[in-house]
Design a protein around this ligand. Structure first.
Ligand code: ATP
Ligand code: MG
Length: 544
């Protein structure tokens, strides 16, 4: 819990970490409430057929105890990896809690992953069991003979159909299992979860986290949701719980605080439905990544049709920018707080409208408890105004234990005691950190170092532009030139006049060297399953 104070400086200066020596995420997010307040509402799940299910913390304890017994009966032991290949669903949350309580290591996996992506991750972590549904089971059937360590596949939607025979029935087994389970006594430093990075810059890496990772997230979550929790809070995110942004920024911190989580599985993110869900369930707190916000911004007049109960909106994972901030104020009447982090060390920087003046276009300040700095290649802190490497100092409870089975990559992530994020940024005189770009995405043109985010933000301010991605393409004269890939709003046609108008729009708002000398129109941008623009692919398709 954050100290009670009304300025960022006071909260930061009074903050102390309280990480107990023995700590288990599953006990903390579930059994704690099941004992003290069993009827408290844990989850409201809107099914695809429109039906709504409610789960109390007592229900989550019973179900997770039973499933922990099922895992043990099928040979899953402490330290074993259990893949959770599911969209948002009650069984997804229950399986996580069960794995933590039995001392296993959960491996969240996106249900959108293709066969190759799954094989890479399951082989890499040596998963012993996987919890999935029919869609996941059909993919696993194609690779299972190449995964000798995978012994058990549990399906949450029955074991009918072609792939059914090779699977175990999650519900039938759970129904028949005992309610009684004594959680394994874990140390806060014991491994709990492997989360694969998004793979934006190359092969995804498995970041192994300890149980304490949840406690490490709390200060950032609390400030980015304007002093979360407040009475009546109820949180939702369209982000998948397989992403650190869904699991450790929403589901688990909410349950740590006993806050009700709303869940729903979108086949594909649908902005119209997102507005309806926010209104129907009177969601008070939402984590909406920039990509989701950009899609929601394209929906006409959402205020006229629905009444919202929003108290806080947080966004992160990509640059938020000023356009979305303005839109958020108009639409929900709140200032969207931006946060920053990465799978290896998350939620380390945030803005918080209740504690510090927002600075549009700038991510925010170090979340209480984290020492975040801009450093040079030798590990020295840089003064305000100098571009350098964004880094976090260890020890830090939110920091990963290392890349799974890859000590060389883990060592390569550090300069001395600094974890180096791979992102570049700059401090300002008030200690805010401006994100400039990933190392690979920073553009060097005519002697300037340009981050793509600011230009992309400016581009989406043009009324014809829905989404934009900016990269540097090689140029003999200027080293690189700025090239923009643009997705237009529905009904707009691309022509030379529009190119000139978009260029002019940027020229008049940003520095002259930042305008895109080349513009290409696309129907969609290449994105990771976490909604991050893969600029590397755009660079590769732009020959010099
Ligand atoms: P990989 O490491 O496999 O290439 P990835 O870095 O995209 O993939 P994640 O850990 O999911 O995988 O993403 C973290 C990265 O996302 C950060 O290092 C940063 O580049 C970007 N990011 C996160 N938050 C923000 C933000 N608020 N503004 C700009 N970029 C952000
Ligand atoms: Mg990364």
């Amino acid at each position: 819990m954050l100290p009670k104070a009304d300025s960022y400086e006071a909260v930061r200066d009074q903050f102390v970490w309280r990480v107990p020596e023995r700590y288990n995420i599953g006990v903390n997010v579930c059994d704690k409430w099941a004992e003290s307040d069993p009827e408290r509402l844990a989850l409201i799940h809107k099914r695809r057929d429109g039906g709504v299910e409610e789960y109390r913390f007592a229900d989550i304890r019973t179900l997770s105890n039973r499933f922990a017994n099922v895992l043990a009966a099928h040979g899953v032991a402490r330290g074993d990896r259990v893949g959770i290949l599911l969209p948002q669903a009650p069984e997804t949350a229950v399986s996580h809690v069960a794995v933590y309580k039995m001392g296993g290591i959960a491996v969240p996996l996106f249900s959108l992953f293709g066969v190759e992506a799954l094989e890479y991750r399951l082989a890499n972590c040596g998963a012993r069991a996987v919890v999935t549904d029919a869609v996941g089971a059909a993919k696993l059937a194609q690779i299972r003979d190449r995964l000798p360590e995978l012994r058990a596949v549990f399906r949450i939607d029955g074991i009918g159909g072609a792939e059914g025979g090779a699977c175990l029935d999650w519900h039938a087994l759970t129904d028949a299992a005992s309610d009684a389970f004594t959680p394994v006594d874990t140390a806060a430093d014991d491994p709990a979860v492997i989360i694969y990075t998004s793979g934006t810059t190359g092969q995804p890496k498995g970041a192994l986290h300890a149980h304490r990772v949840l406690l490490g997230h709390l200060p950032g979550v609390e400030i980015s949701h304007d002093l979360f929790p407040q009475p009546g809070d109820r949180i939702w995110t369209p982000a998948d719980w397989a992403w650190i942004g869904g699991l450790l920024d929403v589901l688990l911190p909410a349950w740590h605080h006993g806050v009700t989580v709303v869940s729903h599985r979108f086949e594909k993110f649908d902005p119209e439905q997102a507005f309806r869900l926010l209104a129907d369930f009177q969601v008070r707190n939402a984590f909406l990544p920039p990509t989701a916000l950009k899609m929601m911004r394209a929906v006409a007049d959402p205020r006229a049709r629905h009444a919202y109960a929003m108290r806080s909106v947080a966004s992160g994972g990509e640059t938020l920018g000023t356009e979305l901030l303005d839109w958020g104020r108009q639409t929900f009447g709140v200032t969207i707080n931006e946060f920053y982090g990465q799978t290896e060390c998350n939620m380390i920087v945030s803005s918080a409208a209740t504690l510090m003046p927002p600075k549009p276009g700038i991510m925010g300040r170090p979340a209480p408890g984290h020492d975040v700095a801009v450093i040079d290649g030798a590990g020295n802190r840089l003064p305000p105004g100098e571009l350098g490497l964004i880094a976090v100092r260890r020890p830090d409870p939110v920091m990963f234990l290392g890349y799974w089975n890859n000590p060389a990559a883990t060592a390569g992530k550090f300069i001395g005691e600094w974890l180096v994020t791979g992102d570049q940024g700059e401090l300002d005189a008030d200690g805010y950190i401006r994100f400039v770009g990933r190392d690979d995405d920073v553009i060097t043109s005519a002697g300037y170092r340009i981050g793509p985010g600011e230009i992309e933000d400016c581009l989406i301010g043009h009324p014809a532009v829905r989404m934009a991605a900016v990269v540097g393409v090689p140029d003999p004269l200027r080293t690189e030139i700025v090239k923009a890939f643009v997705v237009l709003q529905d009904g707009v046609t691309a022509d030379d006049a529009l190119v000139a108008a978009i260029q002019e729009h940027v020229k008049t708002r940003l520095a002259a060297h930042e305008y895109p000398r080349a513009i290409e129109f696309l129907d969609q941008l290449p994105m990771t399953t976490t909604g991050k623009i893969i600029r590397r692919e755009l660079r590769d398709r732009s020959p010099s």
